[in-house]
Design a protein around this ligand. Structure first.
Ligand SMILES: O=CC[C@H](O)N[C@@](O)(CC(=O)O)C(=O)O
Ligand code: SF4
Length: 305
């Protein structure tokens, strides 16, 4: 495609790399140098001068915080996230005053300003492990309420949800009925669910994990067909990375607009090209905020070693 070639040319001229989240449009994943989940993309090491983050804003912020020596560009800074938008630093400060001895464990879907107040930063693949290792029976956890419920059941600890009802506008729509429908439609398929889904869906799932964990599981599984309970862009990532197997979205955009994250959909090839041409929109994180967030990331890595 013409646009893809122009973007590849611009990348070389500018010594830029494109990091793409697993939910990105198919064509965006094709033009990305690395694709993955929000956590490992943030930790990706590259010697490029410019990073164009094909994902939502909190992911670009994270990359900027962890790569202060690089110029990080967001193709559309309005690409937010219902989860990261649901928890601001002021709210978290109030909860820390209410529960002064409870460690603060935040899901990766948060703004860098909120992350700067966290003790630990987790992805859905590390949330349970981290909470289990902490020697406190009360944990402040957020912003996703479904992931918090899942962690509470897996660890038996008291989870103080911050905010009480943070949700992903995509995954929160999944129901048991949708699972039954899909299982009848695809009798040979097994169900993979993202922990941002409601508990009733996770209980019915054969596998629960982050998008990267789903890719790994599908690759290694003896099964060949999978029902995928996560944002529909993930089908692109699975088809690209596990081409010999079949994947069915739990919800299609025909049956519900909620199948596609409106924020992820904002990142288009056109915007990526413009982002490279004009070197916009630069994501800047104040040094002391970046430093605090980096400390929370590093504390988490040490805890898991
Ligand atoms: O909404 C984006 C997905 C959300 O950030 N979760 C991940 O990025 C990381 C995670 O789940 O830990 C994913 O790709 O699964
Ligand atoms: S899919 Fe949900 S969690 Fe992911 S960016 Fe969109 S709103 Fe946020």
């Amino acid at each position: 495609e013409e646009l893809i070639n122009e973007i590849k040319k611009l990348k070389k001229e500018k010594n830029a790399v494109i990091l793409g989240h697993n939910y990105m449009d198919y064509s965006v994943q094709l033009v990305s140098d690395f694709t993955g989940d929000s956590y490992d993309l943030a930790l990706k090491k590259t010697d490029a001068k410019i990073i164009v983050f094909a994902g939502v804003y909190f992911m670009a912020e994270q990359a900027a915080a962890l790569n202060p020596d690089k110029k990080v560009l967001s193709p559309d800074p309005n690409a937010g996230c219902s989860l990261s938008d649901s928890l601001d630093p002021e709210t978290l400060k109030r909860y820390k005053e209410l529960y002064p001895n409870a460690p603060v464990v935040l899901y990766v879907n948060t703004s860098i300003y909120t992350k700067a107040l966290a003790d630990y930063i987790v992805t859905s693949s590390t949330a349970v492990k981290v909470v289990k290792k902490l020697n406190s029976d009360v944990i402040i956890f957020g912003p996703d309420a479904n992931l918090a419920n899942y962690v509470e059941r897996q660890t038996g600890k008291k989870i103080v949800k911050v905010p009480p009802n943070g949700r992903c506008i995509v995954h929160a729509n999944y129901t048991r009925q949708l699972v039954e429908l899909a299982r009848r439609k695809y009798p040979n398929a097994i169900l993979m669910a993202h922990p941002e889904s409601p508990l009733e869906v996770l209980q019915a799932a054969d596998f629960v994990g982050s998008t990267n964990q789903m890719i790994q599981f599908a690759k290694e599984s003896k099964y060949n067909e999978f029902i995928v309970a996560t944002e529909i862009g993930m089908i692109n990532a699975l088809q690209l990375k596990v081409p010999n197997k079949k994947f069915y979205p739990l919800v299609t955009t025909e049956s519900c607009a909620c199948a596609r994250c409106p924020y992820m959909a904002m990142i288009t090839l056109e915007k990526i090209k413009r982002s490279l041409e004009e070197e916009i929109y630069e994501v800047r994180v104040p040094l002391e905020v970046a430093q605090k967030a980096k400390e929370a990331f590093e504390r988490t890595v040490r805890l898991l070693e």
